[in-house]
Design a protein around this ligand. Structure first.
Ligand SMILES: NC(=O)C1=CN([C@@H]2O[C@H](COP(=O)(O)OP(=O)(O)OC[C@H]3O[C@@H](n4cnc5c(N)ncnc54)[C@H](OP(=O)(O)O)[C@@H]3O)[C@@H](O)[C@H]2O)C=CC1
Ligand SMILES: CC(=O)N[C@@H](CCC(=O)OP(=O)(O)O)C(=O)O
Length: 345
């Protein structure tokens, strides 16, 4: 059995990790940490977990954390750096759900996150954990930087088109909408009920920190640097991200030829489904599951490709993808523990 630790178990992605891992046949959850609730049962925070036999919450500084095989860090950005360094030196594999190891460039990290990176030497070895694009590198990694939720939805939508050189690189626009759980469990004015309910807004326009991560990974796919316009929106729903991505096509391909490229790129991928002509995804299709759905349309009038992708921000956008990465790290079938087809309605 793989001994697992979850650091930041009382947050949304931490709880989602417990929900997924408790059904994983090769995992034993050995350590759950919290700074605010140390000494208490996790069921006191999330009563729905009370039927499970889970360890009492402990502080992340305790030695017990260094005795696990793999630790998931479900912490706010800026907090994970020293914890990851300590765990790696104790021989623990680390999957960081936050942003601390996603950018390769420590200067870019400082620019976008307003913090100096305290372990820049780890950035070179960290692998950006999007399994559909980096499976081999993930398998050999000690430190996996789990992608952000918006980047996952946008990168999966664009990867086949960029890999095949289908797009004018300076024309990409990604317009994304997220459920409120994307902001985590902490309370703030922008996410309290009466601010969000019956409301819809764009935020961090032209400056969301995920832009850096998306551009970094799109550049790898395209083989050259590029910039995109990315606008996130907050939707009054709990889970889900829907991204609509627009870009000018370089060649006059038929829509079915483009769809064939997408189908071929994702052939055999258990978690990515390319939809039929005229079919576009909805967030409810993937709520609670690790699946991503991609619909596409060639807009012949404008010469643009329109891509629509849907994921659950807490699953393929965070904890499910992290478990997929753990399966790869330990040579297990990638779908193990992730067979859940989702919640309906
Ligand atoms: N929510 C989402 O959809 C996604 C989130 N992410 C990323 O995953 C990470 C976790 O997100 P999420 O679960 O939503 O966040 P939450 O705010 O819901 O949870 C954060 C967790 O971190 C702990 N924590 C907070 N501050 C500190 C600190 N200074 N030191 C140690 N522990 C601390 C809290 O524990 P306690 O107070 O009990 O100590 C809590 O368990 C973040 O980096 C987030 O950006 C990535 C993709 C999607
Ligand atoms: C709705 C909402 O607020 N979403 C979050 C994205 C969460 C996430 O993926 O953040 P990290 O990159 O820090 O992991 C946001 O826009 O900040």
């Amino acid at each position: 059995m793989i001994k697992v630790g979850i650091v930041g178990a009382t947050g949304y992605t931490g709880a989602e990790l417990i929900r997924i891992l408790q059904g994983h046949p090769e995992v034993k959850i050995e350590v759950l940490t919290s700074q605010s609730y140390a000494g208490q049962e996790i069921a006191q925070v999330f009563p729905q977990l009370s039927p499970l036999e889970l360890p009492v919450l402990i502080e992340q500084e305790q030695d017990k954390l260094t005795e696990v095989d793999v630790a998931f860090l479900a912490l706010p950005h800026g907090v994970s750096m020293p914890i990851a360094a300590r765990l790696l030196s104790a021989g623990v594999k680390v999957i960081d759900l936050g942003a601390d190891f996603r950018l390769k460039d420590a200067v870019a990290y400082q620019t976008w996150y307003g913090l100096e990176h305290s372990y820049p030497q780890l950035l070179a070895e960290a692998v950006y954990g999007l399994p559909e694009l980096k499976r081999e590198q993930i398998a050999a990694a000690r430190l996996v930087a789990n992608p952000g939720c918006y980047p996952t939805s946008i990168l999966l939508a664009l990867a086949p088109a960029l890999k095949h050189g289908l797009l004018h690189l300076d024309t990409i626009i990604a317009d994304s909408k997220s459920g409120v759980s994307g902001a985590g469990r902490g309370v703030s004015l922008g996410v309290h009920f009466s601010e969000v309910n019956e409301n819809f807004k764009a935020y961090n326009v032209g400056q969301h920190r995920h832009t850096a991560e998306i551009e970094q990974e799109l550049a790898v796919l395209a083989g050259k640097p590029l910039t995109i316009t990315f606008t996130p929106h907050l939707v009054p729903m709990t889970r889900g991200i829907l991204s609509t991505v627009y870009a000018k096509l370089r060649q006059n391909l038929e829509e079915e030829e483009i769809r064939a490229i997408y189908r071929d790129f994702y052939r055999g991928e258990p978690f990515v489904k390319v939809l039929e002509a005229g079919q576009y995804p909805q967030t409810k299709w993937c709520a609670g599951s690790n699946r991503a759905f991609i619909g596409l349309k060639k807009d012949a009038r404008t010469g643009r490709l329109i891509l629509v992708s849907a994921i659950d921000n807490l699953v393929k956008g965070a904890s499910g993808q992290a478990v997929q990465n753990m399966n790869i790290l330990f040579g297990l079938p990638e779908t193990m523990g992730l067979e859940e087809t989702g919640l309906w309605p």
